[in-house]
Ligand binder design. Structure first.
Ligand code: PMP
Length: 424
């Protein structure tokens, strides 16, 4: 069966033929591929075509696909049971690893996705402070929870969906949206609404309007102003946890948030999320406290083993410098290739994540990221795919490297990218 035949079948069964919107390749044009299997940094579609993968399942696979140690640990767990509905030993092991690795986290609650993590963190912040307003930043994506879908990035940006039908105005009205990196807007909003603001939620490094770094002092101002007004500072580290360093962006930038949302690498490719923070706040979560949040599959044994094995391997390898060097080489190589062809671009990179924006202007927030030439990005994406390089099917996402991307893979990817760009 071809990709096209299978997608036709899928479209009759699932909206857009997909389980998550951006997978339909709508914004980039071209035909979605249907995956057969993946190993290391390579992925194969049902037609047997091979791709060097820089999508990496949108971030979780920092060790590459099907890492042997992770696979063997998961296999061992599978035969011991796939869900218990009770606390298990493996869950405690992962909780210990999280608490010892993430500087601000003293206690953690496991959930099944990043969306659940942010949704629960917001509820906790509201329950803890007794306030209702949430401050978020334009172009940041925190999952598909109603109150966080306002001016969101990721697929919402990609598909150009303005507000989101299905989110009542009354709920959207409780979310105050500010431009990323705009400290003046933060300060004036707190002057006006400070006493009613429950929390600020932020991607400490944004990944969902493409990669956008926090400007100097931005995170510090968020920390100071929330402390001053008694609001909760939530770092959404679903992308950055264990990606920028073992302790995530908060370790990288030495900022101490009150609550941290986790996902992606935390589960090593299995469905797993978590929120955690200071004991004083986390003790408000039921059953210790009154803020309710629960899940049949929360702390799932297979997911936590996958996460535990992934974190163990990261702690053993300490691969961050190597990842950074390889990512820099790839990003610089791409820039050279684009320059040769005279294509204006800006690359934002940190550690092993980056975005190639098709604009000359510095990209520092959602407005500047929207200045990218998305039509050109679509052609770039399709040519890369044709030449065996898989990147996120959207201008407003991050490319990810893994420890499975060796020097020779980067060289090969650059050759393929050069061929693809020459024929743009
Ligand atoms: N927060 C951030 C920063 C994310 O990037 C994402 C997903 N890309 C989420 C939350 C939501 O996570 P999930 O898709 O697992 O629900």
């Amino acid at each position: 069966m071809t990709n096209r035949e299978l997608m036709e079948r899928a479209k009759k069964l699932m909206p857009g033929g997909v389980s998550s919107p951006v997978r339909a390749f709508k914004a980039v044009g071209g035909e979605p591929i249907v995956v057969r299997e993946a190993k290391g940094c390579r992925l194969w579609d049902v037609e047997g075509k091979e791709y060097i993968d820089f999508l990496m399942s949108w971030g979780p696979l920092i060790l590459g696909h099907a890492h042997p140690y992770v696979v063997s640990e998961v296999e061992r767990q599978l035969s011991r049971g796939m869900s218990y509905g009770l606390t298990c030993y493996e869950e405690i092991r992962l909780a210990e690893l999280v608490v010892s690795s993430v500087p601000s986290v003293e206690m953690v609650r496991f959930v099944s996705s990043g969306t659940e993590a942010t949704m629960s963190a917001i509820r906790l912040a509201r329950g803890y402070t007794g306030r209702k307003f949430v401050v978020k930043f334009e172009g940041c994506y925190h999952g598909h929870y109603d109150g966080l879908l306002v001016s969101a990035g990721s697929g919402v940006a990609t598909l150009g969906i303005p507000g989101t039908p299905g989110v009542p105005e009354e709920i959207a009205g409780l979310t105050l949206v500010l431009p990323y990196n705009d400290t003046d807007a933060v300060l004036s909003t707190f002057e006006r609404y400070g006493e009613d603001i429950a929390c600020v939620i932020v991607e400490p490094v944004a990944g969902n309007m493409g990669v956008v770094l926090p400007s100097e002092g931005f995170l510090e101002v968020l920390r100071e102003v929330t402390r001053k007004y008694g609001a909760v500072l939530i770092f959404d580290e679903v992308i950055t946890n264990f990606r920028l360093s073992v302790g995530g962006a908060q370790e990288y930038y030495a900022i101490d948030p009150d609550i941290t949302c986790m996902g992606k690498i935390l589960g090593g490719g299995m469905p797993l999320g978590a929120y955690g923070g200071k004991k004083e706040i986390m003790s408000h979560v039921a059953p210790e406290g009154k803020v309710y949040q629960a899940g049949t599959l929360s702390g799932n044994p297979v997911s936590v083993v996958c996460g535990r094995a992934t974190l163990e391997e990261l702690l053993r390898l300490k691969p961050y410098q190597l990842l950074e060097e390889r990512t820099r080489r790839l990003a610089e190589g791409i820039s050279t290739v684009l320059k040769e062809k005279g294509i204006p671009h800006t690359i934002n990179r940190i550690g092993s994540m980056f975005t190639v924006f098709f604009t000359e202007v510095p990209v520092t927030d959602y407005a500047s990221s929207r200045r990218s030439n998305t039509e050109l990005f679509g052609r770039f994406f399709r040519n890369l795919l044709h030449h065996g390089v898989l990147i996120p099917p959207s201008q407003f996402e991050a490319w990810f490297l893994s420890t499975a991307h060796r020097d020779e893979d980067i060289e090969e990817a650059l050759e393929r990218i050069q061929t693809a760009v020459r024929s743009l």
